[in-house]
Ligand binder design. Structure first.
Ligand SMILES: *[C@@H]1O[C@H](CO)[C@@H](O)[C@H](O)[C@H]1NC(C)=O
Ligand SMILES: *[C@@H]1O[C@H](CO)[C@@H](O)[C@H](O)[C@H]1NC(C)=O
Ligand SMILES: *[C@@H]1O[C@H](CO)[C@@H](O)[C@H](O)[C@H]1NC(C)=O
Length: 773
């Protein structure tokens, strides 16, 4: 009855699809479809592996599509005899077809229910119903529809839809009131629809005559109340709605792994294509690799995607460069393409990099500049060093390891003198300034910064340093080093603490505090030192500036001749004499003034002046005195001529003129001051004579006991004097404040002047020299 009419509308697809599957059995070698194959039908693209002709489609599976002319004269593509194809997606592996809606309606004339149900069998073909896109959709106000698969899985499902009247039904909502939907399982290749008879519209046909059930694409369904009250749903597309099928190459190969083994039948022909296993049922599909697009089933079907075509890069202001599988977007400098926002954003990295780079450059430049400056400075230093003959010095020093001579760097001396602090100055003169400094931790030195020296001197400097550095005599200030890096070389001497002979003689209270005998000893020592200089080298080293100010006194009041740094080796040619005038007024050899020839005898002349100072306690030149008496030497010489030595002797030594102790040095001085250099004694002779006189000054005390007894009373006073002298000596230079002394010097002077016996004086001097030495 009702069944019969239902069967009449049933279409059996099963046979057809089974036939197709059988024909596409695993035999065919993958054929390359002719480019002349028709690829469109009814506005729908039919891409390979689908084809409108047997030779234009993949021979396996059911990819054959027929292009049929409808009653309206238009051509449409069909899968099988009556499933109209809407479109095919190679990328998703889907095909949309129009599916028939099953109906269950009340016929008011026959007063009975009529149904028309469709089943769909895709099991033996390449199709499966998409469980993702499709839903079993039922419309009606008293409807229960089943979906079932009776091909073996035994799957059955369904849904109920009811409504009392239309007013309760809402547009767009399919959740049980007038409409219901249910999902389907994956892998479904066949379904059958049936309506439950107990749920019929025989009682409500006036507002809802029909019920509908169909498996359809959920996305394209939007429930409307009109579907209840009218036949609109069924009328729209001749009772058909879209359903999404998942297709794959299923015959022969159940997976990619299997398919790849059968090279001849493997469908993924294109380079840059890859095989993917079907996720809905067995089989495989092909995809172009990432960055490629096209048809992976055709040779060279996968083409590189020009991503720039739809890249956001140009609109962001960048320049797009297509690359294989991707693209690059270059923004203008300082900006960087932001792939999330698709804009050219300021590149913090770039700016940071730029900043860091710039800073780096600045630092680098500064550093370079510093190095350059330092190098330049070093070059200047080295130039000076070279100019001053440092190389010769260095070479010699290398060969003579034992040399206790240091070549100081400028920095060392700057540090030693606290950057040439004024408080460190211990002497100043025509030849330069002398600073006290500490080098090598605790070694006190006198550092002499020479005044400007001339070119010749510069050249000779290293050589001279070498000779001077080797001079090692107890009566010569030791040169411990020099610094050649500076424009004007610096000399480093051992530090001599007790000042100069000049200060000893000409300081206030002078002669009272140091005995004549001690002065004689100092003179003797100075003579020894000068003798050493004269005899040390050939040509001889001439001091050139012998004077009391250049006789230094060490802690034991031993004489040390200094400032021979200003001296030079005896010059050997005329031109040099002119440039080397040195020495001090009052000490200058008159012969030298005339001949410009500096000889050892010039030093001897100057030494004669020293002897005079010791004898007379007067300075060599008295600029404020009467013109005739300005020069000590001429005064002395004229006094000697007149045999009136007393005239130049101080009161306290006058009485001793008769003694050899006064006469001897005076005679020696006279010889030294001879106008003719040849007539002057040599330094050695002077040393010997002074040594003899010193001995003489001791003998009377040792030999004449009687005299000693005579002066017993005075000796007590002498000892007091001696101890006072020692006190004054120990504190350094001669005391300046005579008034504060325990014994009034004037009074003492008076006592001494009463002494008539030189030997007593000599004894006192000896005691003093013993104690102070
Ligand atoms: C399929 O066809 C419909 C209409 O013909 C269209 O809207 C849709 O975008 C197409 N889908 C694909 C995957 O081509
Ligand atoms: C639903 O939409 C249809 C047209 O799309 C309209 O005729 C009908 O009145 C609407 N129903 C309701 C309840 O809004
Ligand atoms: C309609 O359903 C009722 C029960 O709701 C049932 O009694 C009746 O027989 C059905 N009519 C037809 C034609 O099946």
């Amino acid at each position: 009855m009702q069944y019969g009419s239902a069967l009449s509308g049933q279409l059996m697809l099963v046979g057809l699809l089974v036939l197709l599957a059988a024909q596409g059995a695993p035999m065919a070698v993958v054929a390359i479809p002719s480019p002349e194959c028709q690829r469109r039908c009814g506005g729908v693209d039919i891409p390979y592996p689908f084809g409108l002709d047997r030779n234009c489609s993949l021979p396996v599976g059911g990819f054959n599509v027929s292009c049929q002319q409808g009653l309206d004269g238009a051509y449409r593509p069909f899968i099988g005899p009556n499933l109209e194809l809407l479109n095919i997606s190679l990328v998703h592996g889907t095909a949309r077809v129009l599916n028939h809606i099953s109906t269950y309606c009340y016929n008011s004339s026959s007063r009975s229910m009529h149904w028309s149900t469709w089943n769909f069998n895709a099991l033996h073909g390449q199709y499966r119903f998409s469980d993702v896109h499709n839903k079993f959709t039922v419309i009606g106000c008293k409807t229960l529809a089943y979906i079932s698969d009776d091909t073996g899985t035994g799957y059955q499902s369904g849904c109920v839809s009811t409504c009392q009247n239309l007013s309760l039904v809402a547009n767009g909502s399919c959740s049980g009131l007038g409409c219901c939907q249910t999902s389907i399982p994956r892998g479904l290749g066949f379904y059958d629809v049936s309506f439950a008879m107990g749920f019929n519209t025989s009682k409500i046909w006036k507002f809802s005559r029909c019920s509908y059930a169909v498996l359809m694409e959920a996305e394209s369904f939007n429930f409307s109340t009109a579907y209840i009250s009218t036949a609109e749903f069924n009328d729209t597309n001749a009772g058909r709605v879209p359903v999404v099928m998942d297709w794959a190459i299923r015959s022969g190969a159940m997976s990619c792994e299997v398919a790849k083994q059968n090279k001849t039948a493997y469908a993924c022909l294109s380079n840059n294509s890859e095989c993917v296993d079907s996720i809905n049922g067995p089989g495989y599909r092909c995809n172009c690799s990432k960055g490629y697009q096209g048809n992976p089933y055709l040779q060279d079907g996968c083409q590189d995607i020009d991503e720039c075509n739809d890249s956001p890069c140009p609109s962001a202001g960048g320049i797009c460069h297509n690359t294989v599988g991707s693209y690059l977007c270059s923004c203008r400098p300082g900006r960087r393409f932001n792939e999330q926002r698709n804009t050219c954003d300021p590149d913090t990295g770039f700016i940071t990099g730029l900043t860091v780079g710039f800073l780096g450059l600045v630092i680098f430049s500064l550093f370079g500049y510093m190095i350059f400056q330092k190098r330049k400075l070093n070059q200047v230093k080295q130039e000076h060093f070279r100019q001053h003959g440092g190389m010769i010095l260095f070479e010699r020093m290398k060969s003579e390891r034992g040399l206790a001579f240091t070549v100081f760097t400028e920095a060392e001396l700057v540090e030693a003198t606290n950057n040439y602090d004024k408080s460190r100055i211990i002497g100043k003169g025509g030849h330069g300034t002398v600073y006290k400094g500490i080098v090598k931790g605790n070694m006190p030195v006198a550092i002499k910064r020479c005044a400007i020296i001339n070119e010749r001197q510069k050249k000779e400097f290293g050589k001279e340093m070498l000779i001077l550095s080797q001079i090692n005599h107890k009566n010569i200030v030791k040169l411990v080093g020099c610094c050649l890096e500076v424009e004007v070389p610096m000399l480093v001497y051992e530090f001599i603490p007790k000042g100069t002979l000049y200060e000893l003689i000409h300081g206030k209270n002078q002669a009272l505090q140091i005995s004549f005998s001690s002065l004689l000893r100092i003179a003797h020592e100075a003579a020894e030192g000068l003798n050493f200089l004269h005899s040390y080298a050939s040509p001889p080293i001439i001091h050139g500036d012998v004077k009391t100010a250049n006789v230094l006194l060490d802690e034991n009041y031993m004489a040390k001749v200094s400032d021979f740094g200003a001296s030079i080796l005896a010059p050997s040619d005329e031109e040099q004499y002119v440039t080397m005038v040195q020495g001090t007024c009052g000490y200058l050899d008159p012969e030298y003034i005339q001949t410009c020839q500096l000889t050892e005898k010039s030093d001897v002349y100057s030494f004669g002046v020293i002897l005079l100072e010791i004898l007379t306690g007067q300075v060599p030149l008295k600029l404020d005195g009467p013109e005739m008496q300005r020069s000590l030497s001429s005064n002395f010489l004229s006094a000697m001529k007149e045999n009136n030595l007393d005239a130049v002797l101080p009161s306290h030594v006058k009485g001793q003129e008769s003694t050899e102790l006064i006469r001897g040095p005076a005679e020696l001085a006279k010889q030294c001051l001879d106008m003719c250099g040849n007539n002057r004694p040599s330094m050695k002779e002077i040393g010997d004579e002074l040594g003899r006189l010193r001995k003489l000054s001791l003998h009377p005390w040792v030999q004449t006991n009687a005299q000693m007894a005579e002066t017993q009373g005075l000796l007590t006073a002498c000892f007091e004097t001696a101890s006072f002298e020692l006190e004054a000596s120990a504190t350094g230079y001669p005391t300046q404040e005579g008034e504060n002394l325990p014994i009034n010097p004037t009074k003492l002077g008076a006592i001494i002047s009463t002494w008539q016996n030189g030997s007593s004086e000599a004894m006192v001097g000896f005691l003093c020299s013993l104690s102070s030495g």
